[in-house]
Structure formats: C-alpha cells, structure tokens
Write a protein that binds this ligand. Structure first.
Ligand code: SF4
Length: 362
C-alpha cells in the first residue's frame, strides 16, 4: 500500500535532491523524499508542484487529480501494519470492461492520473498487462504500486514497452530484519533481486521512473539510519521516500498493540486533504471517499461504477457533504474510518511548511 495520503509530495526541509544525515527526531516530524536526479525528474512533478496540490485545493477542481484504482484485494503477504488483516471483503479482480470504461472517462480530463494500488498486490491481477495496456492506450499517466515480489522480467519489459510512468516499490523498515518482521511472508533478498532486475532492465531508458517507499516504526529508527538506507537504494532507483508507519487503523490487532503507543506521535487532528485531490475505485466498482477503508463500508462508499460516473461522484452531494465534515471541519469522530485516520493529524501541515521552506531556500 501506498504511503498514507493522496501521494508523495514530501520534501525534506533541507536542499531538495540531496541526502543528508537524519536523526530519528527529524524523521519523527518530517517525511523525507530524496531524488537521484532532482525533483524535475519526477513524472508526477506537474501534480506535486501545482498550486492545487496540498495548497489551493478548495474548492476542488472539476475532476480528481488522481484516481486510485484497485486491481485486486488479493495479496501474498500478511503485513503488520496493513488493514487488510481486519477485512472481510470478498476477494476479487477488476474486470477489463470496467477498466476500459473508467479509463475512457479519466482520459477526458487531461492531467488526471491513475494509481494502481488498493488493498491487494496489483501485480497479482492475472491480466495486469492488459490492464496497463487499456490505461496507456488512453494516454493516461500511470503509477503502479507494488510490493515487488511478483515482478518478472516479462512484466518489467511490458511496463517499459507500454511506458508506465512510475513503478513504486513498497518496503518496510530500514534493514532486512525490520522488513521481514513487518512484511510477514516476504524475503528481503528476493525483493532486492526483483528491484535489481527492474533497474537493470530499465537501464538508461526514461520509463518507468523507479520509486521506492519505506515506512518505519519509531523503535526501528533507533537501530538504523534512514540516510544510509536512502543512499544505498538510490543506486538502483530514482526516488526514495521514508515515512512513519501508520498503525492507527489496525490498533485493535494484538500483534500491533505493543507498538502503538510509541508509534502515535501525538499530533493534533487536522483537516482531510484527500477528499479534494483523489477518488478511490475498488475492484468491484465501488467509488469511495478515499483509500483508507479496507472493509468496503457503505458509509464510505459514494456509489458504483459504471452506473455512477467518476465525475458525478466527484461533484455530487455525498462527497461534498464529506468534504464539509472532514475537509473543512473536524467532524472525523462521526465516521468509523476517519476517526482512526493517519491524516487526522497535523502531518500535512508539517509537509506544507516543509514545502514552503524548501521553496524559500531555492
Ligand atoms: S479523514 Fe476520512 S476521508 Fe480523509 S483520508 Fe482519512 S479516512 Fe479518508
């Protein structure tokens, strides 16, 4: 799963594109994003640098900047932090006919991009190549999130041929032991082999841009240096992001509880920005307020595609009411998903300050 939030636009408060020694204290307050060749290389920089991103987002535009599309909720892992462990949703796969209908609509809003993500591993969709073909045939910018373990040479070659814009590997922790303790069922060596394969096959070609995101527990920061982690992975990928692991949604899981107190940084609840920037579509067509609901709750669901179009959902009353409740006010407690949300914090305020500091320093 992705770093919490509508995307990764986090910049370190220091010079952009450089890695610098980090202390756990600085990571406790700031997400850190480092580019190998500078932020201009990011295929989604046009979104992250736009005024609408995390700043002038209200009133919302006529269409979301991102549509998060769930190819499947099937996954081969059982990660510590993942809400999937508490989900009773039936397992399933996005149909190609629904993908075509969604892609046609999204293509009508130039600049809107798709993220293949959700509560499963996108590469386990048996027709992932066809799915990517459908999206790219419509000329839509595409980012794929993956745990990387199912990436084959054939698939990587297909992603290059189809010009996938960004392939993001999701890790956990800063060391092999931390990764394997969090990503239950995964092998760090196997993952590294897959990322080496991706890096070598891609070589000097522009696409896909290769990103890597890890998130860490507070305890783990005392045992490893995120700066060293970043330097090492930047030899293989174009962008490395480090963030704090969010355990709030799975706090009732017995295996999570021992970590919870130290992991909650005690930030104050803040207004939700996701509801102004992105829309979520599950494999069964459910259009939701955001991607945080692993259960598929009715209270978080606006309607179903293709009967309901994305534009209708985006501009409709249900989402507007929810924006009013959690985007312009702090009514999170009334919603089962929102009351545990990672974004119910001042984290985005900190990111915005970071962004402003970075720009002032340029
Ligand atoms: S506050 Fe609610 S709507 Fe906003 S991201 Fe969190 S769970 Fe989603």
């Amino acid at each position: 799963m992705e770093l919490a939030g509508p995307g990764v636009s986090i910049r370190a408060p220091g010079p952009i594109g450089q890695t610098r020694p980090l202390s756990s204290a600085s990571l406790g307050s700031w997400g850190v994003l480092t580019y190998r060749r500078g932020p201009e290389s990011d295929p989604f920089g046009y979104i992250f640098r736009s005024a609408r991103w995390l700043r002038d987002y209200d009133p919302p535009g006529v269409f979301p900047m991102w549509v998060n599309l769930e190819p499947t909720n099937v996954c081969q892992l059982d990660c510590l932090f993942c809400s999937r462990q508490l989900s009773q949703r039936p397992l399933g796969f996005l149909s190609l006919s629904l993908a075509k209908s969604l892609a046609r609509e999204i293509a009508g809003s130039p600049g809107a991009a798709i993220r293949l993500t959700g509560w499963g591993e996108p590469l386990l969709h048996p027709q992932i190549r066809e799915l990517v073909e459908i999206i790219k045939a419509e000329g839509i910018k595409l980012k794929i999130y993956t745990n990387g373990l199912a990436l084959t040479q054939e698939l990587m070659d297909a992603f290059m041929d189809l010009e996938v814009d960004d392939l993001q590997f999701s890790l956990q922790g800063l060391t092999p032991a931390q990764y394997e303790a969090n990503r239950v069922g995964a092998s760090y060596a196997a993952l590294r082999e897959r990322i080496v394969l991706a890096s070598q096959r891609r070589g000097g070609r522009e696409k896909p841009f290769l990103s890597l995101l890890t998130s860490v527990l507070a305890d783990e920061l005392e045992l490893a240096d995120p700066g060293i982690f970043t330097q090492q992975w930047l030899k293989l990928v174009d962008k490395v992001a480090v963030d704090l692991t969010n355990l709030n949604f799975v706090g009732q899981s017995p295996r999570v509880r021992p970590h919870l107190d130290r992991q909650s940084p005690g930030l104050k609840r803040g207004r939700c920005v996701d509801v102004f920037l992105a829309l979520e579509v599950k494999y069964d067509g459910a259009i939701q307020f955001c991607g945080q609901d692993a259960q598929g709750r009715a209270e978080h669901t606006i309607g179903y595609a293709p009967a309901l179009s994305l534009g209708e959902a985006w501009r409709g009353e249900a989402l507007e009411r929810h924006r009013e409740a959690v985007g312009r006010n702090l009514g999170h407690a009334a919603f089962e998903v929102c009351r545990n949300c990672y974004h119910n914090t001042t984290k985005y305020d900190l990111f915005q300050k970071s962004l402003a500091n970075s720009e002032a320093a340029q």
